[in-house]
Design a protein around this ligand. Structure first.
Ligand SMILES: [Zn+2]
Ligand SMILES: [Zn+2]
Length: 311
C-alpha cells in the first residue's frame, strides 16, 4: 500500500509529534527507553483519517511500523473516529480511563451536546459526531492512574474530568511536556476561523460538549499547577514557555469568566457519570429555546465557511 509522502506533521518536543486532521490533533510519542522500538498513539482523529495517521507514523518510524499502544484522552468521536480502522491494521491495546470505558464498549452514551452555547463550526461538527457508542469490547483497558501506562513509563497520566468524566491528560515531568486533550485547548473551538487557520488562543474545553463545569475548572487548575513548558491540545497549535504558563494561569484564575458559557443546559447543572456511564442528565430548560435557534444559525454559517475553506 502506498501513502501520501507529503503528510504534514509537526514536532511538539523531543520524541513527540502531532498532526492536525481538519480540526483535531493526534499525537505520537516515542518511548524514550525503547525508541526506535516503541511508540504510542494518543487519540485517533476523525472518521476516515486512518490512512493519514498511518502515513504520519510511517514517515516518522518507518514503513510497516505499528504503535505499542493507543491512549485515548477521551472517547469523543473526533478523537476516536479512525480507531476501528486503525485497530484492523494494528492489533494493539487501547487505554482509557475507567469512566470512559462505557462510551467505548457500547454501554453508555455521552450526555447530549448543548448547541445553545458556542455556535460556529464546532457545534455543527458535533451534529456529525457519532451518535451510537463504539463497541470495542475488551480491546480497551482501564488506565491504572498509579502505575501509568506500561508502554509509556516516563509519562504520568492525570485524570482531568469535566469535558468528559474519564478525560485524561499526559504529562512528562522530565521536560514538563503536557498533552492536554480537550481539558483546555489552544484555539477558540467555537470559531471556524480560529480552528481552521490554527489561530492560537488558550480556551477552556469546547463549550457545547462539556457537561460538568465545576470538574472542568478543577482540571484546568490541576494542569496549570504543573507549570508545563510545552502544551499540545486536542484543538489548536502547540503553546510553549512563558506565554503558555501565563495564559494557562489566567484561564485557571478566571475560569468562570473565560471558559464557562453564560448560560446553557449544563451551567450550574452538571451531568453525572461513573464507571457505569452517564446516570444523570439535567433537563433541557425551555428558556434556552431561543438560543438554540441562534446557535443553529451560527452553526450553519460555520458550516458554509468550512466548506468554502476545505474545498
Ligand atoms: Zn472532546
Ligand atoms: Zn475534541
Amino acid at each position: 500500500m502506498s501513502y501520501n509522502k507529503n503528510v504534514k506533521y509537526f514536532q511538539v518536543a523531543q520524541g513527540v509529534w502531532g498532526m492536525k486532521i481538519y480540526f483535531v490533533n493526534v499525537y505520537m510519542i516515542a518511548n524514550r527507553r525503547g525508541f526506535p522500538k516503541g511508540w504510542v498513539l494518543v487519540d485517533a482523529g476523525v472518521q476516515g483519517s486512518a490512512d493519514k495517521v498511518i502515513a504520519m507514523a510511517e514517515s516518522i518510524f518507518g514503513a510497516g511500523t505499528k504503535p505499542t499502544a493507543i491512549v485515548l484522552t477521551h472517547a469523543h468521536s473526533d478523537h476516536t473516529g479512525a480507531l476501528e480502522d486503525l485497530l484492523k491494521r494494528w492489533d494493539v491495546p487501547v487505554y482509557a480511563h475507567a469512566f470512559e470505558l462505557p462510551y467505548l464498549n457500547g454501554k453508555s452514551s455521552y450526555p447530549p451536546a448543548d448547541f445553545t452555547v458556542g455556535g460556529g463550526i464546532m457545534s455543527l461538527m458535533s451534529v456529525f459526531f457519532r451518535k451510537t457508542p463504539l463497541k470495542l469490547g475488551n480491546k480497551v483497558k482501564a488506565i491504572d492512574l498509579e502505575q501509568g501506562i506500561p508502554e509509556l513509563p516516563e509519562w504520568k497520566i492525570i485524570h482531568t474530568p469535566g469535558h468528559t468524566p474519564g478525560h485524561v491528560s499526559l504529562f512528562l515531568p522530565l521536560n514538563t511536556t503536557l498533552i492536554a486533550g480537550d481539558a483546555f485547548v489552544t484555539t477558540k473551538p467555537e470559531s471556524a476561523v480560529y480552528v481552521l487557520n490554527g489561530i492560537k488562543h488558550i480556551s477552556g474545553p469546547p463549550m457545547y460538549l462539556t457537561p460538568d463545569w465545576a470538574a472542568a475548572k478543577a482540571s484546568v487548575q490541576k494542569l496549570s499547577d504543573l507549570q508545563p513548558r510545552i502544551a499540545a491540545t486536542g484543538h489548536g497549535p502547540v503553546m510553549r514557555g512563558r506565554e503558555l504558563q501565563e495564559e494557562l494561569k489566567k484561564l485557571a484564575d478566571n475560569f468562570d469568566k473565560l471558559a464557562v458559557p453564560t448560560g446553557g443546559r449544563y451551567v450550574g447543572h452538571s451531568a453525572e457519570a461513573d464507571e457505569t456511564g452517564t446516570y444523570y442528565v439535567p433537563a433541557f430548560r425551555s428558556t434556552t429555546k431561543f438560543k438554540v435557534a441562534i446557535g443553529l444559525a451560527g452553526a450553519l454559517a460555520g458550516f458554509a465557511v468550512t466548506r468554502a475553506l476545505t474545498k
